[in-house]
Design a protein around this ligand. Structure first.
Ligand code: GTP
Ligand code: MG
Length: 202
């Protein structure tokens, strides 16, 4: 699938103020600095669509982008960002959680994991939260350009083992991406396209 049109729609911190349109929606979530906004820009071929930064905490709101006039990509703030005040951190967490719990248009979420790191508690906990609430998700291992294929493979295997021994019966569908080399672009877009087609046909 090609993204021909990507338009910013609205930003807010309140799920009740998100767009009312009943079109499929896909959200990107993960720790601050993992590369959520960069990935959205890579997928849409637009370096300026979502705001990115080397400093964590750049995205602070729920941002809707309408794609090809018929579905949404959603950029979210990172969870677990330690350098903001405790109060702001709590606010992030409650509106992010509310978004996931209440957004009926949300078809699938992508939990982004920095492929360089070993499994982190906060990510595993967030996937647990999604699972407990029957919110479908895939994993995206980001920044694959930063490590060799061997280390990448080893890190993904470690992740699988962690989730499978923790509490999951199956490892979720996953993708490996790099916003600099554009690795994984086709796979993610084809997945979304397929889900959109399935929705249309059912
Ligand atoms: P918050 O909005 O703060 O939660 O962060 P984010 O998850 O949206 O991360 P963002 O896209 O702003 O990227 C954070 C930093 O990582 C930036 O300096 C990006 O240039 C860099 N980055 C993101 N993706 C990649 C990637 O695939 N490869 C490399 N090498 N750097 C990346
Ligand atoms: Mg961001």
């Amino acid at each position: 699938m090609q993204i021909k049109k990507a338009v910013f729609e609205i930003s807010n911190s309140d799920v009740s103020k998100c767009p009312k349109e009943r079109i499929p929606e896909y959200a990107f979530i993960g720790r601050s600095n993992v590369g959520k906004s960069s990935l959205i820009n890579m997928l849409t071929n637009n370096r300026k669509l979502a705001k990115t930064s080397g400093t964590p905490g750049k995205t602070q709101l729920i941002n809707h982008f309408k794609i090809n006039d018929n579905w949404f990509l959603v950029d979210l703030p990172g969870y677990g960002y330690a350098r903001v005040s405790k109060k702001i951190k709590r606010t992030f967490q409650s509106f992010i959680k509310n978004y996931f719990l209440q957004r009926e248009q949300l078809i699938c979420s992508f939990v982004l994991i920095d492929s360089r790191h070993e499994p982190q508690r906060i990510d595993v906990d967030f996937m647990q939260f999604l699972g407990e609430n029957q919110i479908p998700f895939c994993i995206i291992f980001t920044k694959s350009d930063k490590l060799t294929p061997t280390v990448l493979k080893r890190n993904i295997a470690a992740y699988k083992e962690k989730l499978l021994t923790d509490s999951w019966d199956i490892f979720p569908e996953y993708f490996v991406t790099s916003s600099t080399s554009k690795d994984g672009k086709e796979s993610v877009l084809d997945f979304i396209h397929k889900v959109n087609e399935d929705l249309k046909n059912n």
